[in-house]
Structure formats: C-alpha cells, structure tokens
Design a binder for this molecule. Structure first.
Ligand code: AMP
Length: 291
C-alpha cells in the first residue's frame, strides 16, 4: 500500500493511473477503522482496479471541540489494517493540506441543501453538514474517483452527499453499503470504543427499537411509533435525542405509511456522554439502486 500525505503527489500519481484507464474507488473515513469501514473498502476493491482510502478527522464538521479532541486516532493500527485488506493507496493529509487557506475561510461549493441539513443531525449539530459537504467536495476534487463509497449508517450524510453530486453534476457514482453491526445489533462506530461497560451493555436497545418501528410501520401511525420509541429509549444510561420517521428523499417527517415509498427511521441517542446514531429503512423504493 502506498501512503500519500501530500495532495500534489497523490494527484500526479492518480492522474497517471486514470490516464492508463484504471477505475478508482474512494472510501473517505475519519480513521479508527472497524468492519463498517472495511466492508466499504472490500466493495470498492471488488468494483474498481484501484482503491483509495482517506483518513482525515475533519475539524470543520465538529461543532463540539471536545468531541474533535477526543475523537479516536489510531493511525498505526489503521495503516496495518488497510494494508492487510489490500487497500492500494492511503491518503492521510494534514489539516493544512486540505484547507491551505485555513479552516475559517475554506471554500464550500455553492449549493442549496434545500433544508436537508436543517433536520435531525443538522438541528442538533449546527454547521455539521456544511463541514461534511466541504470536506467531501474537496476530497472528491483531489481524488477524482469513479465511485464513492459511503455507509448507510450515516443516512442523512449520504443523502446530502447524493444531493450534492446530483446538483453539482459531479462525475462520480455514489455506492452506499449496508450498516455493519456487532452481534448484538449495535451499529459499529469509531465512538463505540469510548462507551463505558454499562453504556455498551444498554446500547443494543437502539437497534431493537428501530426493528420494532419496522415491524409496526403498517400497523400504527408514524407519530405513535415515534412516541413509543422515544419512551422505550428513555432508559438510563440511554437518553434519546430524537427518533424520527422521515421521507428518505426530503427527510421530512411522514404522517402515514402510504404517503411515500421511501421511509426511514432515524435516531440519535446519548449513552452517557457518547452520542450514537442509527437508522433503519422501513420502506424502500424499487429504484433505490445504491442500497
Ligand atoms: P467515519 O469514519 O465515521 O466518517 O465513516 C466513514 C464511512 O464509513 C462513512 O461513509 C460511514 O457512513 C461509514 N460507516 C461508518 N460506520 C459504518 C457501519 N457500521 N457500517 C457501514 N458503514 C459505516
């Protein structure tokens, strides 16, 4: 595996590869890698001749400086894992490499997110999606992959990135991989390693509640499912922040199961001081190619 820290060097290497007709798959991450990340890497390796993974803890998407400071950084282990999984290139840039003019004045693409960034995660993490759009746009500009791999785990994130790709007509295909879970249902996340034993033991309730919502979608009104879920999740050390049943395209709450062909239950739950998110697709449109 080749390691690149500098944008220019990565760019000239990839330009040569692209000219020779090689297809490039790209898996952007913030490191502290787990099976969720590796499943995306494997999908990229199956579908492309060259796979690039990036590890960059993007400061502009953290609204909480403590969260940024405490974000796990395990670059040595990550590098070994990626090499053993057959990743071709690792891009591990500094903040200065991604934002040469500083993070305050860094460019963001001119793009109307049409409110997709205002609900759920956006409502609770102001500025978060602006930072996500900014960094993914910048990384795509550097790597110029044929295919971009993202996880369903971050449902609102990939929905917003898909919106960006469509609206800006970026020449890349978004491939969304299913959420990889622990045996007890907890969605894998780099933040899980910060859970106390008690919080870790309680955390599977999140997926159980999402599964219950999936079982009820054709029996109960969405609002009732939502209220029941919030009650169930209000179980210390867990504390729900939101539980919503939304239209997968607009991210607006649904009033009835018949209203749309794409319904997703999304939730954020505090487990002591760790914030966990998860989701389940309750109703999936036939043309949803990526999942
Ligand atoms: P992160 O390092 O948390 O920014 O995640 C990098 C990519 O991995 C994103 O596209 C995430 O959606 C994806 N990802 C994170 N956790 C999982 C998981 N448990 N299953 C599948 N994909 C995941």
């Amino acid at each position: 595996m080749l390691l690149f820290k500098q944008t220019e060097k990565l760019d000239s290497y990839l330009s040569r590869e692209r000219k020779q007709g090689r297809t490039v798959g790209f898996v952007p991450t913030m490191g502290a890698l787990h099976e969720g990340h590796l499943s995306l890497l494997r999908a990229s390796r199956r579908e492309n001749e060259l796979t690039v993974c990036s590890i960059f803890v993007n400061p502009t998407q953290f609204n909480d400086p403590e969260d940024l400071r405490k974000y796990p950084r395990t670059i040595e282990r990550d590098t070994e894992l990626l090499a053993s999984e057959g990743c071709d290139l690792l891009f591990w840039p500094t903040v200065g490499e991604i934002y040469p003019d500083g993070t305050k004045t860094a460019d963001a693409p001119p793009l109307d997110l049409e409110g997709l960034d205002k609900r759920m995660e956006g409502a609770h993490r102001p500025g978060h999606f602006k930072g996500v759009v900014q960094v993914v746009h910048r990384l795509l500009d550097i790597v110029k992959p044929h295919r971009l791999y993202m996880g369903q785990k971050d449902f609102q994130q990939f929905t917003i990135i898909r919106h960006m790709i469509v609206r800006l007509q970026l020449p890349v295909d978004l491939v969304v991989g299913p959420t990889v879970r622990e045996a007890d249902g907890l969605a894998m996340s780099s933040r899980n390693r910060r859970l106390s034993p008690e919080a870790r033991q309680s955390a599977p309730l999140i997926f159980q509640t999402l599964q219950q919502a999936a079982a009820q979608i054709h029996q109960l009104p969405p609002e009732k499912i939502r209220r029941q879920a919030l009650e169930k999740l209000d179980a210390p050390p867990l504390r729900p922040e939101y539980f919503e049943l939304v239209d997968g395209r607009t991210l607006m709450p649904v009033q009835s199961a018949d209203q749309t062909d794409y319904i997703v239950a999304c939730t954020a739950v505090w487990a002591e001081d760790i914030r966990l998110i998860d989701n389940t697709i309750l109703k999936k449109p036939e043309d949803l190619r990526t999942i």
